[in-house]
Structure formats: C-alpha cells, structure tokens
Design a protein around this ligand. Sequence first.
Ligand SMILES: *Cc1c(COP(=O)(O)O)cnc(C)c1O
Length: 457
Amino acid sequence: MNNPAIPYKIYLHEHEMPGQWYNMRADMQKKPAPLLNPGTKQPMTLEELSGVFCTELARQELDEATPYVDIPEEILKFYKMYRPSPLVRAYCLEEKLKTPANIYYKFEGNNTSGSHKLNSAIAQAYYAKKQGLKGVTTETGAGQWGTALSMACSYFDLDCRVYMVKVSYEQKPFRREVMRTYGASVTPSPSDTTAIGRKILQEHPGTTGSLGCAISEAVEAATTTEGYRYVLGSVLNQVLLHQSIIGLETKAALDKYGIVPDMIIGCAGGGSNLGGLIAPFMGEKLRGEKDYRFIAVEPASCPSFTRGKFAYDFCDTGNVCPLAKMYTLGSGFIPSANHAGGLRYHGMSSVLSQLYHDGYMEARAVEQNAVFEAAEQFARVEGILPAPESAHAIRAAIDEAIKCKETGEAKTIVFGLTGTGYFDMVAYQKYNDGAMSDFIPTDKDLEPGFASLPDLD
Ligand SMILES: *Cc1c(COP(=O)(O)O)cnc(C)c1O
C-alpha cells in the first residue's frame, strides 16, 4: 500500500466526521443482560425507564437491535466546536522508549471540561431539551462529568443540579467553580435536600460521601421534581453509544493512512471511553471480519474487572437505581483513596462486562505509583499533562511498547487519552513528594462488598 508519511497528528476534516453513532449490542451474539426493576426484579420497561431518564435516552438504553443511530444535527453542530479530536502519533514517546512499536493516542482533553464526557453530556442535554424538560440532575465524583454536563446544559439553556461527593466538593473547589460558571447549582452529597441524603447523614454522621450515595440523591431529586430527569455520565448503554464517536473517528483516521492497530487500550471506570474507543473495532471482531486485542486498564485499588464478580448488582448505594448485570465489587464496596476519582466506581458497563465474560477483551489492574510514573514520562515527552485516569491507559501502552522492544515486534498500539490533569495537581504533588501510596485490597477487604450483592442469579 502506498502509505504517505504519517503526520504527528491525524486530523479529520469536518465532513469526514461520523454522522452516526454505532451500537455494539447490535452485533453481539450474546446480548448484555437487561436492567432490572429494583422492586419487582423484572426487566425495566420503556415506561419505567422513562420516569427516570428522558424518553429518547430510555429508548436508546433498551435498543439492542439498531447498529447505527443518526447523530442529530444540533449535536453535530456542538461536536464541531471541539471535534474531530486529533489522533496523535507518539513519535517522541516511541523514541524515548526505543521501541519498535507504533503508538497512537486519541486525545479527548481538547475542551474546557477536559475529558471525553462532553460527548455524552451534550447528547443527553439535547434529548432533555427536546422533550421540553426544565432541567436535569446528576452526581459527580471528581467533577469531570458535572463540568461537562454544566457546559452542555448552559448551551441548551437547561437547569443543571449536580450532587457532588462531599470530599471532592471540599477538595476540588476549582471544578465546583467551573460548574457554577456554567450556571449549574452544586450541592455537596450527602445533603439534607433529599430523604436518602438525610438517612445517610443520620446513619453515618461525618461521612465524606461516595459516588453511589450521590447517585441516589440525584435520582431522588429528579423523580420528585416536576420537569426533571436524571442523567448519568458512564456505565449506561446510551453513554457508550454516544462515546462511539471516539472510536469511529479513530477508525476513520487510521483507515485514511491504511493503519491497522494490533491492540487498543483504554482506562476503565464505568467503561464509557473504552466502550466508545473500541466500538467499531469490536464490531469488526464480533462480525468475524478482523481481530484485535482490547485491553481495559483499571486501578488495583478498585479492580471491578480483574477481581469483581459477574452478577446483578445495584448501581447506587441507596438501591433506587435499576439493577445491572456487570462485573462488580458490590455496591457496598468502598474504594480506598485513589487519585483517579473517575475510576473509583464499584461496577462496570454491562456491555463491556458481557464482552469480557465472553473472552472478547482483556483487563489488567495497575498500581498508583506506576500510573503516575507513566503520566510524568508521557507529560515530559509528549507535552500533555494527562488526567490520572488516562494515565492508566498510558501505563499499559508503555508496558506493551516495552514488550515490543524485547521481542522486536513493531506492533501498532492505540490508546485513549481521555483528558487533562490540571485539576489533579494535588495528586501530582503527592507523587512528586514521594508520598503516594499503593493500596491493593486483600480478599478479606473485598468481602463486605460481595456480601452486599443481591441474591438474584
Ligand atoms: C470519567 C473519566 C474516566 C472514566 O470513565 P469511563 O466511563 O470509564 O470512561 C476516564 N478518564 C477521564 C479523564 C474521566 O473524566
């Protein structure tokens, strides 16, 4: 093949941007198990889901048959402000590592929210607006999702109420301020504004909150306020659908130069960036057209894939959300402090869980110090200061590139660089001071979480 020199950055033209999202479930022989109603334990119907989510999003959540979904014009218009995002050849990193591997990363940190989360936030805000809603509620942990959603809501003039995990609310005042700048109201969770929040406060006075608890509060706020629905930034099928824009662009960029990746690597919190990045490639694998290695990278302190159970579980602490079948550490699992806040969720996308269960993907867990070592190595040669979450993927990409050096194989590695780390400088400070800890839960530490699993399978 006549392959012109490959530029540092492969940008697509606007007209080369995908006009449709891709739904992996359509090509899965074995579909992910349905969401269950937490009360009746029966599959959630469209009507039931529509009480929590916007109707169109509920429809997307349940649709496992349609492979391609048109991206509405208004969303495409917004995407074009910061997309197509560049696919970058990491020439400098390759040189530094002296590896024969070809390394590429898809950079999603090119917008004010600083991560890929805006891709789904804008879609969810659009459907909420189209339904004539007044506003949406959500939770945020580290703050990336809340930031992305507040940007999306201000664009469509929707009210945005964010329940922010209390410890982050106090420790990350700047993220909070970005949200307020975009017009969102931010409440530290648990709060006394909801029944579940009051209950948690009574049972655990002085708690600094958790993602599962903030989800419960946001769902309660949405379902008890007229004209509001709840939105979620990861885990759900609809979010993976919206995030497929990442993978579709990546594939278009690679195809342009005749590049075929050997492996695709992404960090995994709830699975949305990874699910989006691998989507069209996984589609080829599922249809038997091509083969790739897919690697999910998670923190050793919150190892949902590598040490979790594949079971139905609650998505939140208050057990008000639908049950999902997924790799999970149990909704009662409390992860230790880890600086990759976006990867501290107990569960995992049920699409990715099913694919992993069926052997289509691999997963590995990495420790915090090794992650920050990779982050700094990357920042120093590639110029981008990565989010701690993204640095999990960098760690695995570097490890694979070093393996190539040992075997002399010129493999092509693509990884997702989900965002920038400017709001995570306290974590970098800890690492630079040599004060970062590596915590790996023992089997005994995992027991209480597993004990909280509902008895359903
Ligand atoms: C939220 C977040 C993640 C993890 O979420 P997924 O749904 O697993 O993609 C990764 N990187 C960044 C920068 C994030 O903000």
